[in-house]
Write a protein that binds this ligand. Structure first.
Ligand code: NAP
Ligand code: ZN
Ligand code: ZN
Length: 352
């Protein structure tokens, strides 16, 4: 074990504060990483504030990590000291179940499922995993990603969750040129969804509750923007979408979006709000054989594919860099949908 430090919350309503803790020593298959940047996901907020069941305190969030390798274990083959690497939402899984064998570690069927980067039982320390709001982390090379060298590193960090969580469903539902695709919510996930769906050649329509985001949405790649609170604007798009990806972090009526799908269209949810959505109208689904679906982040191979795709196409997140001690303020702004479009912590500002 070695000592490191980060920022933690000690309870659901406590502010962040410096926190010293132990990381495991670099094992044979591990890389030790100095964290340069960490993105701020709405899941961090849900977890830190206990909005989902099961937060273990102290909690150190952060699963959009970019850093530099400072030490490699004796069996490591993928990385050398000095390599730029990323770590996303997963740091381990059972590796033997059918989902793991298919490279879908996020759906691991082993005991306890995948090992999350934070707030998951840590077999090495006996405690819970601590995430990227910290100076360094030790991760198995099998769960460590190569980062394209040509991209702005701070703006790459959000790809590790916001990027893969939108890339994976767009790929799974085969979004392509000639399709009309909706993205709901222009936050961290939504703005990556717009960029990626546009890169895949689809006609992209962004749904937002914030009139102030219309111009940005177009700059980011949306061909049309709809204010979802305006029933007239919504009605114009009835029965016209092949696919809609809903990234909203709060409970809301889903029928307004299922009604926009064509026959056989799919509405895929990735937002995990604290309170359940109202039950959807089944007739709305039945009479047009529409589908309501969900999707969870992405596996390691697909995350690497997404990073390589972003490297090739020059795609990164639009970010606002913050200091570590500005994290509580950033959360307050995230609750108000005031993020353009991902906060990223400059870990050089973490000092205790
Ligand atoms: P975010 O940056 O806060 O963006 C969420 C966006 O949703 C907001 O910017 C806002 O966009 C819209 N919104 C917020 N409140 C709303 C409301 N009451 N009604 C309608 N729209 C509202 O959050 P994020 O980091 O993108 O995460 C989004 C959700 O996905 C969170 O619940 C997060 O936990 C979840 N998530 C899931 C996965 C997965 O694997 N499935 C992975 C990562 C995150 P507008 O201003 O444009 O309306
Ligand atoms: Zn996330
Ligand atoms: Zn598994």
């Amino acid at each position: 074990m070695f000592k490191t430090y980060g920022y933690a919350v000690q309870s659901a309503d406590a502010p962040f504060a410096p926190f010293a803790f132990d990381r495991r020593d670099t094992g044979a298959h591990d890389v030790r990483i100095d964290i340069l940047y960490c993105g701020v996901c709405h899941s961090d907020l849900h977890t830190a504030r206990g909005e989902w069941a099961g937060t273990v305190y102290p909690n150190v969030p952060g699963h959009e990590i970019v850093g530099r390798v400072t030490e490699v274990g004796s069996e490591v083959t993928k990385f050398k000291v000095g390599a730029l690497v990323g770590v996303g939402c997963l740091v381990d899984s059972c590796r033997t179940c059918p989902s793991c064998q298919e490279g879908l570690e996020q759906y691991c069927e082993g005991p306890g499922g995948f090992v999350g980067t934070y707030n998951a039982p840590d077999k090495h320390t006996g405690g819970v995993t601590y995430g990227g709001y910290s100076k360094s982390i030790v991760v198995d090379e099998a769960f460590t990603l190569r980062v394209p060298e040509n991209l702005d590193l701070a703006a790459v960090a959000p790809l590790l969750c916001a990027g893969i969580t939108t890339y994976s469903p767009l790929r799974h539902w085969n979004v392509r040129a000639g399709q009309k695709v909706g993205i709901v919510g222009l936050g961290g996930l939504g703005h990556m969804g717009v960029k990626l769906a546009a890169a895949f050649g689809a006609h992209v329509v962004l749904f937002t509750t914030s009139a102030s985001k219309v111009e940005d949405a177009k700059r980011l790649g949306a061909h049309e923007v709809v204010i979802s609170k305006d029933p007239q604007q919504m009605a114009k798009h009835a029965n016209s979408f092949d696919f809609i990806l809903n990234t909203v972090a709060a409970s809301h009526n889903l029928d307004q979006f299922t009604a926009l799908l064509k026959r056989d269209g799919t509405l895929t949810l990735v937002g995990v709000p604290e309170h359940a959505h109202p039950s959807p109208d089944v007739a709305n689904l039945i009479f047009k054989r529409r589908k309501l679906a969900g999707s969870l982040i992405g596996g390691i191979a697909e995350t690497q594919e997404m990073l390589d795709f972003c490297g090739k196409h020059g795609i990164t997140s639009d970010i606002e860099m913050i200091r570590m001690d500005e994290i509580d303020k950033a959360y307050e702004r995230m609750v108000k949908s005031d993020v353009k479009y991902r906060f990223v912590i400059d870990m050089a500002t973490l000092d205790i």
